[in-house]
Design a protein around this ligand. Structure first.
Ligand SMILES: NC(=O)c1ccc[n+]([C@@H]2O[C@H](COP(=O)([O-])OP(=O)(O)OC[C@H]3O[C@@H](n4cnc5c(N)ncnc54)[C@H](O)[C@@H]3O)[C@@H](O)[C@H]2O)c1
Length: 270
């Protein structure tokens, strides 16, 4: 129960495959109170998943300032404060992905940056006054290199990494920690929108020293819970890679020889 009594706001649950779903489920198991947010046509699904988890669901399109204001008001009225947030939101129109880097319309690029980058800061600054310290966590896909086909989402994630540092600097004096988790590829609805997603899966299959299961968001959910907990009190402005170790490995390394036994060990931990 290492999250006992924590009051957490979790965005981005739209299916049981969502990274945010894994984080919310594990946090509840660890004693947290959770409020979910849902968006657009997915809101009804979020509502159903919220019912299963016993969590209230608020409508939140993160590009709508009045939705953010209403969510802040509801959390204040319900809990009087907040201990943690998960920003698990990304979207880019199709022409900004999959080879559209040089041709995407600015309007579509702007949408990608608004939803996937700016909204991290928008949520953090809106909820910070409710947070007596606490922990804000966002989700990243390593933006230090080019991922073919990720295109403007890659730029949005690079901006997210920078925003993470600026938020850590701005909110540190209030005792609020702000960190990202750079996840390996997971088969979610957002991932389905990227046609070249298979390329990422191949890289992870070839390079992950610990192996990687693209069907299982549990390791990422556990890392989010660790960041929400009181056990990383001096960590902020960080990008923690939960990717089976791929970020540390250059080129193609035959990790396969060691992988099967290690896979058992990883499975045992889960
Ligand atoms: N799946 C992966 O391989 C992977 C890897 C690294 C990082 N991530 C990141 O994890 C996060 C969650 O994605 P996921 O893979 O769990 O997919 P997902 O499809 O389950 O979640 C994406 C969420 O974004 C929400 N969203 C989109 N536009 C929104 C808006 N305007 N307002 C509010 N919510 C909005 C959707 O409703 C959905 O819940 C994203 O930031 C994504 O970039 C995913």
């Amino acid at each position: 129960m290492f999250l006992h009594g924590k009051r957490l706001l979790v965005t981005g649950v739209v299916s049981t495959k969502s990274i945010a779903y894994a984080a919310a489920r594990l946090a509840i198991e660890q004693g947290a109170q959770v409020t979910l947010t849902g968006f657009g046509r997915g809101l009804r699904i979020t509502q159903r998943l919220g019912d299963d988890l016993g969590a209230e669901v608020l409508e939140l399109d993160v590009t709508q300032p009045d939705h953010i204001t209403a969510a802040v008001r509801r959390i204040e009225e319900k809990w009087g404060g907040l201990d943690g947030i998960l920003h698990s939101i990304a979207y880019a129109p199709g022409d900004a992905l999959d080879g559209g880097f040089l041709t995407a319309e600015w309007e579509h690029v702007a949408t990608a940056l608004h939803v996937s980058t700016y909204s991290y800061a928008a949520l953090a600054r809106a909820f910070a006054p409710l947070m007596p310290g606490g922990s804000i966590v966002g989700l990243d896909f390593d933006a230090s290199v080019v991922w073919p086909g990720y295109d403007w989402m890659g730029v949005a994630k690079a901006g997210l990494e920078s925003a993470n540092r600026y938020l850590a600097h701005a909110l540190g004096p209030q005792g609020i920690r702000v960190n990202l988790i750079a996840s390996g590829p997971l088969r979610t609805i957002a991932a389905n929108a990227i046609k070249s997603f298979g390329v990422f899966e191949t890289v992870w299959r070839e390079r992950a020293p610990l192996g990687w299961d693209e069907e299982d968001a549990t390791p990422v959910g556990r890392a989010v819970c660790a960041l929400w907990s009181d056990w990383l009190p001096a960590v902020t402005g960080e990008v923690i890679h939960v990717d089976g170790g791929v970020h540390a490995v250059g080129g193609t390394v035959p990790a396969a020889a060691a992988a099967p036994e290690q896979q058992h060990e990883i499975a045992a931990v889960r």
